[in-house]
Design a protein. Structure first.
Ligand SMILES: [Zn+2]
Length: 315
């Protein structure tokens, strides 16, 4: 009798233990068990990084190369400003054989004077000193319907803004080019990047691209190799081609009369992607060339210079 009760108790206890084991230990990994039984887990030892201090202008691209004790791969740097309402700037960094390459762009509209860029483990990689570039102002007259937007056009513009914003999140995680960028055209620049524009004495915007003189039909080459991510007609840009060059670097060719590539297609540097035109919001035929880094506009000429530095060529 006594023996039977004892046996019952043991069985219950065992069942309970098994149940407990299933609840806790059953799901825990060997690593967690070690942490329970041994002294507190040691943090992995991180090699110190010698942060680099750089000077940048808002709206301009800067190429940075530095030694870094990290495994090969693509890292996101989080760059925070010093102002209390500072917007975070996420910058991609490619590491290969302990050599880091970064294309840094400070937003055109940024009013920060300093940023610190660090890894997820909080090690600082860059100290950024920001200076305001003296962009000029110009006054333009265009069709009234292109300045004061109808409700229908407002909705269209919003939709297109979301579409392009999402496109700029789809970049390849490596450079898709192995030589510097070129300017798409070598004709006269009719409007520089960053000019503040006042349309019909009314609406103020900034010109976040470079305008090149180009008659309707002039062949437009790609500024570098990459993958076409968008072709179509947007309200402001008209017929447009957008190319991903990898690592969040995109180039855009606007107001085209004809598009000669398709989305998804790989293109080579200098390959003709379309013909110049006057579609979209324009006062005459020209090529509007835009460069976006992670959705932020940058001066295309600064991309040409920065990429020359990447490949060790004189500016
Ligand atoms: Zn333009």
């Amino acid at each position: 009798m006594m023996g039977k009760v004892w046996l019952e108790k043991v069985r219950l206890k065992t069942a309970g233990l098994i149940f407990f084991a299933l609840l806790s230990g059953g799901c825990s990994s060997p690593k967690e068990i070690t942490q329970e039984t041994n002294s507190p887990p040691k943090k992995p030892r991180l090699s110190p990084i010698q942060p680099k201090t750089i000077e940048v202008f808002n709206g301009k691209l800067t190429f940075i190369e530095m030694k870094i004790p990290l495994e090969d791969g693509v890292y996101d740097l989080s760059c925070l400003g010093v102002s209390p309402d500072s917007k975070e700037n996420i910058v991609k960094m490619l590491v290969s054989e302990q050599n880091a390459q970064i294309y840094y762009v400070e937003d055109y509209y940024s009013e920060e004077s300093q940023r610190t860029c660090f890894l997820t483990d909080k090690r600082i990689v860059l100290n950024v000193e920001i200076k305001q570039f003296p962009y000029k102002e110009e006054r333009l007259r265009v069709a009234k319907s292109k300045v004061v937007l109808s409700l229908e056009n407002q909705k269209r513009v919003e939709k297109e803004w979301l579409l392009t914003r999402d496109l700029y999140k789809t970049s390849a995680k490596s450079f898709l080019f192995n030589e510097p960028f070129r300017l798409p055209l070598y004709s006269k620049v009719t409007s520089d990047f960053g000019k503040r524009r006042v349309f019909n004495d009314l609406k103020k915007t900034s010109h976040l691209g470079t305008d090149f003189r180009a008659a309707v039909g002039v062949k437009i080459p790609s500024a570098n190799s990459g993958r076409v991510v968008y072709t179509g007609n947007l309200f402001y840009t008209g017929n447009v081609v957008i190319i991903d060059h990898g690592m969040d670097i995109f180039s855009l060719y606007a107001h085209l009369s004809k598009i000669e590539v398709q989305a998804g297609e790989m293109v080579l540097k200098g390959q003709i992607i379309g013909r110049a035109g006057k579609t979209g919001r324009v006062s005459g035929p020209h090529l509007h060339w835009g460069v976006k880094i992670a959705g932020k506009a940058a001066d295309g000429k600064s991309l040409v210079d920065a990429s020359k530095q990447q490949f060790g060529l004189p500016l």
